[in-house]
Design a protein around this ligand. Sequence first.
Ligand code: PPS
Length: 347
Amino acid sequence: MTTLASGHKASLLEGDEWTKLLEYFPNYKDGITRLSPGGWVFTKPYINFADRFYNFEFRKDDVLVMTWPKCGTTWTQEIVWTMRNNPDLDHPDADVAIMDRVPFMEGDIFSPGEDSTEAEQMPVSEMFKRLCPNADPRKGMSLQLAKALLDPRTLKTHLPFSLFAPSLLEKTKVVYVARNPKDTVLSYQHHHKLFKAQSFVGSLETFVDYFLEDKLVYGPYWLHLKEAWERRDHPNLHFVFYEDLKADIMSELKRLDAFLGTGLSHDQLVNVAKHTSFGEMKSRNNLFINKDMFKNEAIVNQDVLQKDGGFFRQGKSGDWKAKLTPELIEKMDKWIRQKCDFGISFK
Ligand code: PPS
């Protein structure tokens, strides 16, 4: 057991629970750690990085986009970056991979270990080479890039508030995105089938059970939400629902404009809405530095890609109504009543 700077204790899953998890998630074979308290679940390398995330030096001009996985992070990070840097759609870096412009702070916990041959083969972006000329990319590129990025930084995380220093909101602005758990779980299942590193082999029922029992990587969605919901009146926190972004993007952009202090004109907000629409983001497909990665059978399951779509899968709210069985809806409704009893209501 390891004690982290956040005060959490981290231990690796073992015994029956670990054997069972490997049956459904065979590619998490290098180990999964769970933190106490909270029950946060991560890949094993999290333990090596945890204190660096906790002690990360935020700057006053930073904006951190925080969500549980699949709640609309990528969309929101592109919205925020575009509002702050590219409202006239003329920024030379706009075509650079989103993950380079807006680093995924804890992305390194999904990267191969620094001594592995895979680490040698990881593509190194031009931005990393430019901003981190003396850094060793095998030690993880995401965090090094997040540190080296020039102001004003927009950063992305799926970590919850409790794994950052308590001063986070005093130091920087946070945009938190919540999404209906029924759509979130479907999108996360797709993610786990699409990407080989995550590879889920099991039924939707099993995946939903893992979600409801807080056993998926990143752990309890309800607690992640609760920690943000409790802080929602803090002037440096902007709380938004994916469903509201879908329903009325212009109103949400105006709210964000006021929060970020970007002072954009109506035409600039229209630019942002158009540039970050699902259709435009899907056709640009510049999430990662290597677009061809999606054609690589070792990284992306080509059958799932063809049948169910890629990272930009549907971009809709309410897909759950067609995909979840009445039994699963009932199970999830019960979970929502029991766990999400802190005042939030989903749209
Ligand atoms: S990740 O991997 O956790 O960072 O994923 P995340 O970006 O949080 O969420 C992915 C889902 O968001 C959808 N998406 C969008 N919806 C609307 N508009 C835009 N521009 C957009 N970009 C991404 C994406 O399709 C995933 O949802 P699903 O339901 O799977 O389509």
